[in-house]
Design a protein around this ligand. Sequence first.
Ligand code: 5GP
Length: 193
Amino acid sequence: MNFLEERIQKDGIVKEGNVLKVDSFLNHQMDVALLEQMGEEFKRRFEGVKVDKILTIEASGIAIACMAARYFQVPVVFAKKAKSINIDGEVYVAEVESFTHKCKNQVIVSKKFLQPGEHILIIDDFLANGCALQGLISIVAQAEAVVEGIGIAIEKGFQNGGRTVRNLGYRLESLAIVEDMDASTGKIVFRQQ
Ligand code: 5GP
C-alpha cells in the first residue's frame, strides 16, 4: 500500500451511498505533510510532462493542487462554483452535478486565466462518476488549451468516471483507487497499481 492508501485505510470512513469520508485529513481538517507528499507524487508521476498551469475545482481540490503546483512551479487556477446565472461573457462555464450534494452548479473560470495553447494539468480530490472532471475538461477545451494529464487523489474505481475518462484517451493518474468498499463492515479494498 502506498502512503495515501495506508492513510485511507487508517482514517477513512465508509458511508452509505458510496461515500468515503476523509474529512480528518483531506476534506475538512487537512494533514499538510500528507498533502505535500501528494504534490510530490504527482510531480513524479507526471515527470517530463509540459505543464503551464494546474486547474482544479473549489473547494477540496485547491489544497492538493497548490501542493502539486509548488513542485511544478506553476500557478493554480480553480473553477468557482457559481450559483447565480449572472455570467458576464468573460468566463468559461460548465455545468457540474455534485456527487456528494446532489445539486447542479455552474462552474466558471475567468477567460483571463486560461489561454489558448496552454498545457494544463487537472487535479482534484475525488473521482466518482466524473462529472466534475468532465466540467473541467470542457472548460480547458473552451479555452483551446490542452489537457496534458489528470491527477486524482482518490478514485472510486467501482464508479464510472475513471473508465470514461481513460477511454477518452486522457492520461489519468490516481494516487489511490478504491476497488470496493463496504459501509457495514468499513472494509476498503484498493486496486493494485
Ligand atoms: P464526480 O463528479 O466524479 O461524480 O464526483 C467528484 C466530486 O464529488 C469530487 O470533487 C468530490 O468533491 C466529490 N466526491 C465524490 N465522491 C466522493 C466521496 O466518496 N467522498 C467525498 N468526500 N467526496 C466525494
